[in-house]
Design a binder for this molecule. Structure first.
Ligand code: ADP
Ligand code: MG
Length: 260
């Protein structure tokens, strides 16, 4: 063992290069054997580190996004929602310009029509594309922000959410009147306005939003900010859950004769 090979593991740990630390013994041996130019050996090692680093980052960001399991674009049946264009969703799934300008997505529709699934599917695609996403029930996030406000830490709590290019607020309509009273949701919407995107799913369109904010003026101001740069997806089908349950029943009709 030379002095170099003895020092390398320490140096690589110090520099936090775990992939090179794993690969260098075999790779340098091959390089010696095949007389690779020094630059080629270095490039090969660093390429592996960079590739694995990207993988580790995606893995981390996937965990932090807290997306519901299995609700991806692959498992989303676009034929069931003709009013949602597959091509448009595929374009949004790439991220880019809409996230850079803080454009919002508002998905409205009755329960069971795939709003949460679609939101999560976009989330998965965006994490894959290198963006940071957080999927949360609106009530949970509002509760967290209310706690922060009580501790006089609302501004830093909202600032911490800035690291997410997209914040998915699932089920806005389930917010309770008591939660609306502190207006933390309005603060969040104002803070992200034209900078960071929000995706909202809601059973009810704007008309029914007066219980989500403390007073009508704030409701109007919040909606105004949300829709200024927004993509609105209205899903007016029947519940996918109900439709698939009906289809199952049609295939396997409940045996009504047996019990009689
Ligand atoms: P919503 O959020 O609108 O109430 P969900 O997204 O929770 O509805 O959908 C209800 C269930 O039906 C979920 O299990 C979801 O995966 C499934 N689902 C809804 N729409 C579709 C679809 N177009 N393709 C595949 N699964 C769907
Ligand atoms: Mg939902």
């Amino acid at each position: 063992m030379t002095a170099d090979t003895a020092r390398l593991p320490l140096l690589l740990t110090e520099l936090r290069l775990p992939t090179i630390a794993r690969l260098w013994p075999a790779m340098t041996e091959q390089a010696d054997r095949e007389a690779w130019p020094g630059a080629r050996t270095l490039a090969a090692l660093f390429e592996h580190e960079v590739a694995e680093r990207a993988q580790r980052r995606t893995q981390r960001q996937l965990l932090e996004a807290r997306l519901p399991i299995g609700k991806t674009l692959d498992t989303f049946d676009f034929a069931a929602v003709p009013m949602v264009s597959k091509a448009r969703i595929a374009a949004l799934a790439q991220g880019d310009s809409w996230l850079e300008t803080g454009t919002n997505i508002l998905a409205f529709g009755p329960p069971g029509t795939g709003k949460s699934h679609l939101a999560a599917a976009l989330g998965y695609a965006l994490v894959d594309a290198g963006y940071r996403v957080l999927f949360t029930r609106t009530t949970d996030l509002v509760q967290q922000l209310q706690t922060a406000r009580k501790d006089l830490k609302l501004a830093p709590a909202i600032e911490k959410l800035d690291k997410y290019h997209l914040l998915i607020l699932d089920d806005l309509s389930y917010l309770q009147k008591s939660q609306a009273e502190t207006s933390v949701l309005f603060e969040l919407i104002s803070a992200r306005y034209e900078r960071r995107s929000i995706m909202i799913t809601a059973n009810q369109p704007f008309g029914a939003w007066d219980k989500i904010f403390p007073d009508p003026a704030m409701t109007v101001a919040a909606i105004d900010r949300l829709v200024h740069h927004a993509i609105i997806l209205e899903i007016n089908t029947d519940s996918y859950r109900r439709r698939t349950a009906q289809a199952r029943n049609a295939e396997n009709p409940p045996d009504t004769n047996r019990s009689s």
